[in-house]
Design a protein around this ligand. Structure first.
Ligand code: AMP
Length: 355
């Protein structure tokens, strides 16, 4: 990461008065709560209007709201935000709605290495990274005519899994696919889904040691997806599909989960491998990241995606998880992020964790 650039951005900052800032959405209640626990001021960027429901959650409500009409206005109002000494915490909605390209341009000190976006927002590069790290991904089917087992069709840029569908034959694919949209076809991996929430610190050596810094596992979840996860209340999927009712994969919530302990060594090996590869490729990702996996009946992990920031799946653990409690009782990912900023600030290492 570019130390001089960060030092430049922080030049006018009162470092004894940093403010943790994010957009009011996604995991912001947790981020504000965690920052407050570590003694930071908090600022919530709210799009359009101040969100009333924050009043109902005093610990999750930011100290101050900053209202903008549109995500793009954030790019224009960075001077005002800098006066408030803000450190931006990216989350899925923030990056998705501002757009990866704009997010890279945002002239504010931001937690994590933003270069990760160049690898993560392009499916080919993401595959190069994960497979290069030795992780197993679902096979990609380039020629739809070769569909000979269940596949999942994913549209580019589809928010929250919207529009994804499962096909078991070429005919079914042709019937369902929207030809005007670009998509990829992936083998549908049978198994159980685990979304693994890691935290990588390049500047602390107090956890699972890597070539530089150390790795923690803070929690894991399973996503609740409508309608696939409950469609069986109405009948079998095959039965419903005959009636033209197709399951969808739209994320609506998250369910806490733990994994059999014997799988944890593999979980750490995978986390280690993606971090080490990221260090080789783009100076390393920093902080929270999530591997989205399916565990097969042979107890092998297949990784279908990486999210290189706090994921909403950490929200069930605002007061700790079965894993983070073994690090520090009650620790959330939001609080862990705030701890990293606090530690880096104290040691004069902010340029190692911000971009
Ligand atoms: P994604 O947008 O890639 O995170 O996928 C949305 C959802 O589709 C996931 O949360 C899973 O439930 C499901 N999914 C994605 N890829 C696969 C796969 N290759 N095999 C089985 N299920 C998948």
């Amino acid at each position: 990461m570019d130390d001089a650039k960060i030092d430049g951005m922080l030049a006018s900052y009162d470092k004894n008065n940093l403010t943790v800032c994010t957009v009011c959405s996604h995991s912001s209640l947790q981020i504000f709560d965690g920052a407050r626990k570590e003694g930071f001021k908090t600022l919530g960027i709210s799009i359009g209007e101040k969100k009333k429901f924050y009043d109902a959650f005093p610990h999750g409500k930011p100290d101050e709201f900053f209202i903008v009409d549109d995500y793009k206005d954030i790019l224009k109002q960075t001077d005002e935000l800098k006066e408030k000494n803000v450190i931006v915490i990216p989350h899925g909605s923030f990056v998705e709605y501002l757009g990866a390209k704009n997010f890279l341009k945002l002239d504010l000190p931001t937690f994590g290495n933003r270069d990760v976006l160049l690898w993560e927002s392009d499916r080919n590069k993401e595959r190069k990274w994960l497979e290069g790290a030795g992780l197993v991904m679902p096979k990609e089917i380039k020629d739809p005519k070769k569909i000979d087992k269940p596949v999942i069709v994913k549209y580019h840029g589809a928010k929250g899994g919207k529009g994804f569908f499962v096909a078991k034959t070429y005919d079914e694919f042709v019937r369902r696919v929207k030809k005007n949209k670009s998509f990829i076809i992936q083998e549908f991996v049978m198994g159980t889904r685990y979304y693994l929430h890691y935290f990588y610190s390049p500047i602390q050596d107090n956890a699972y040691k890597l070539s530089k810094g150390s790795l923690q596992l803070l929690s894991m979840d399973r996503r609740d997806e409508t309608t696939i996860d409950e469609v069986q209340r109405l009948g079998s999927i095959a039965e419903l599909e005959e009636l033209g009712i197709h399951p969808t994969f739209v994320v609506t919530g998250n369910i806490p989960i733990v994994m059999r302990e014997s799988l944890l060594p593999k979980v750490f090996k995978m986390g280690e491998a993606v971090v080490e590869k990221s260090l080789d490729m783009f100076d390393g990702m920093v902080g929270s990241f999530c591997l989205e996996t399916v565990v097969t009946e042979d107890l092998e992990f297949k990784v279908f995606e990486i999210s290189a920031r706090i994921v909403a799946g950490t929200n069930p653990y605002i007061s700790g998880s079965p894993y983070s409690d073994l690090i520090e009782p009650g620790l959330s990912t939001g609080q862990r992020i705030a701890q990293e900023i606090k530690f880096a600030n104290k040691k004069n290492l902010l340029s190692k964790i911000l971009s």
